[in-house]
Design a protein around this ligand. Structure first.
Ligand code: ADP
Ligand code: MG
Length: 627
């Protein structure tokens, strides 16, 4: 029998497709099953009245001995012409034409595949494909056969009933790939579960099971075969919310997304409009172990009408909500869409925008109505949102700043910036914050003492990114952020008397302070009388863009040029130590003043958790004092 050639452009396409479009061989089964499902849809919607969905099925028949895998459906089938038309021309999608023809009138119809190369994915695993088909309501049955790009044959055949049987003559195993796998029960089960679980017709397979042998001993078993439906058919997200039990969500969360317990939040909604879709999203109870590493792969599962297109579609969710797991199902997407086209796809962009907003609103809602859960959420995932804000250079401030919590000195718990602002003193100019490793350590910093004493609220920040983040945020609700370690005016309310005393002391001590600065060399930018110390003798503050925390973080990274903050040594003029300094200076004992200065500086370093430049000298100086 003469072989017919594929149309010229088809041949090229076919080669290209087999070799490059699909790199994942597994998806051939998904494609063939979705075609079978389409064919049943067609009969169900186009065929005679009175047909029931229950009359239809898709069957999978592996045969390891013959090395074939058959996919059978009792859908509409194809005539000889249709076999040639639909399978002889790639990129001509029968489904698309059918869908167009039905554009008006039928609204419950959704047929997948608008691209037309799905069927040919069979050639990734088979070196020969046989299609036997009988169009519904016709006597004739036809067989189409092809061994790939060099053409196909069509001849009359025989088959009981209407529909299509696709027989894949599987490729021989190679060193790299075991095609036998595709004829194994476990593999077929897994592929159906993964890609075709929500096909709405039963996907059936004969499976081998064991049971206790009748009349046998206790431990005697026999095997028997049974027809099993491999897919769960109705996607949970397509059911009405009111008909879903909470356990069903939990079960899906645990089986599909490896959740351990209950998700913190389940978001289930659908949208009708320019981009129609359903989404079922979970905020997990905790981040996966690698969440904050580059190994973590964010993304949502993307389905086109119940068929899985992509396991982790990163474009559907922004990085800062990368912890969200779940499913998006849209009928408007082509089944064979590739990662590259997906990125540019307008539908996907619209869906992603909608999801971002939905998740944000849901978190806002949690923050307002279920504070405890939100704080739990924030403790685990807050860093992700902080990074989002930071990485956007503040562009996402409106979207994300309200979702951020900081620990408050006065409330002793996490608070929002809004809450902070609402509690500010009448003439308070700044949002005060202090950074460090632990809340306790920050609480004991000399820099916070005076502020706390005057009952200012301070935000305690312990994440490495915080200091950087604040620099990007700059302000919130028109109030500027101010680190308690910023040199100069802190904007604390002071009485006239206090102010006068400060200036006077400053003037009186100018010579001594200058001398001390000279002794410290380029370690500090200045030595000053402090306006923020109470019981502590010294502290370090900083001027310029680099804070002490930032210096620590940046210098812990493997960079060649170390950054250095502009440090200021502040001295408490009400402390007995100050009197000693003065006495020493007035007596002209430079050597002693040098030791005292260096000791004070070293103390300030220790308080900040910074390394001493010369620990041995420090130890020697302390011992000398004790003599
Ligand atoms: P698409 O599904 O996107 O149309 P495919 O390459 O997957 O493209 O299939 C090409 C065409 O072949 C289908 O549109 C359909 O008309 C026909 N077809 C494929 N499989 C079947 C089947 N099992 N029963 C009936 N028609 C089929
Ligand atoms: Mg298809």
């Amino acid at each position: 029998m003469a072989k017919k050639q594929f149309k010229a452009e088809s041949k090229k396409l076919l080669d290209m497709m087999i070799n490059s479009i699909y790199t994942n061989k597994d998806i051939f089964l998904r494609e063939l099953i979705s075609n079978a499902s389409d064919a049943i849809d067609k009969l169900y919607y186009e065929g005679p009245e009175g047909m029931s969905r229950d009359d239809f099925y898709i069957a999978i028949e592996p045969d390891l001995e013959e090395r074939t895998l058959s996919i059978i459906d009792n859908g509409i089938g194809m005539t000889k012409e249709e076999l040639e038309q639909n399978l002889g021309t790639i990129a001509k999608s029968g489904s698309l034409e059918f869908k167009k023809s039905l554009e008006e009138g039928a609204d419950d119809i959704d047929i997948i595949g608008q691209f037309g190369v799905g069927f040919y994915s069979a050639f990734m695993v088979a070196d020969k494909v046989t299609v036997v088909s009988r169009k519904f309501g016709q006597e004739e049955c036809w067989q189409w056969e092809s061994e790939g790009a060099d053409g196909y044959t069509v001849f009359e055949s025989a088959m009981v009933g209407h529909g299509t049987r696709i027989i894949l003559h599987m490729k021989n195993n190679t060193e790299d790939f075991n095609y036998d796998d595709y004829m194994m029960e476990y593999k077929i089960r897994a592929l159906v579960k993964k890609y075709s679980d929500y096909i709405r017709y039963p996907i059936q397979m004969e499976v081998t099971k064991t049971r206790p042998k009748e009349g046998g001993e206790d431990n005697e078993y026999e095997s028997y075969t049974d027809i099993e439906t491999l897919n769960s058919m109705v996607p949970l997200w397509k059911k009405k919310k009111s008909e879903i039990k909470p356990e069903e969500y939990t079960s899906l969360y645990q089986t599909k997304f490896y959740g351990q317990g209950e998700p913190l939040r389940t978001i289930h909604y659908s949208v009708e409009g320019v981009s129609s879709f359903s989404a079922l999203l979970f905020i997990p109870e905790r981040p996966p172990f690698n969440y904050f590493t580059p190994d973590y792969e964010k993304g949502l599962q993307l389905y086109s009408n119940g068929v899985l297109i992509m396991d982790k579609c990163a474009d559907l969710i922004p990085d800062y909500f990368g912890f969200v797991r779940g499913i998006v199902d849209s009928d408007d997407l082509a089944l064979n869409i590739s990662r590259e086209t997906l990125q540019k796809d307008r539908q996907v962009k619209n869906i992603a925008k909608n999801i971002e907003k939905k998740v944000r609103n849901e978190l806002m809602n949690m923050l307002e109505k279920d504070r405890e859960t939100y704080e739990e959420f924030f403790t685990k995932f807050g860093l992700s949102i902080k990074f989002g804000l930071y990485n956007s250079f503040g562009q996402l401030k409106d979207e994300l700043a309200d979702l951020i919590l900081f620990y408050s000195s006065s409330e002793k718990k996490l608070v929002t910036l809004k809450e902070y602002i609402s509690r500010m003193k009448d003439d308070q100019k700044y949002i005060y914050y202090a950074t460090g490793k632990y809340y306790d350590q920050i609480e004991n910093l000399p820099q916070v003492e005076m502020l706390l004493d005057k009952e200012y609220e301070i935000l305690y920040m312990t994440d490495d990114v915080d200091d950087f983040l604040i620099r990007i945020l700059k302000n919130y609700d028109d109030k500027e952020f101010k680190s308690v370690s910023t040199g100069g005016d802190l904007g604390i309310e002071e009485s006239e008397e206090e102010k006068k005393e400060m200036t006077q002391k400053e003037e009186e001590s100018r010579d001594m302070l200058d001398k001390m600065r000279g002794m410290l060399g380029d370690r500090v930018k200045d030595v000053r009388i402090s306006n923020r110390l109470k019981s502590n003798p010294v502290c370090l503050t900083v001027e310029g863009d680099v804070s002490l925390e930032m210096e620590k973080v940046m210098n812990s990274m493997p960079v060649k040029d170390k950054v250095k903050s502009e440090r200021i040594l502040e001295i408490n003029s009400s402390h007995p130590v100050f009197e000693s300094l003065k006495k020493t200076f007035d007596a002209g004992d430079d050597e002693k003043l040098r030791v005292y200065t260096s000791l004070l500086y070293d103390q300030a370093l220790i308080i900040e958790g910074l390394p001493l430049e010369d620990p041995v000298a420090f130890s020697k100086h302390v011992s000398e004092l004790m003599n």
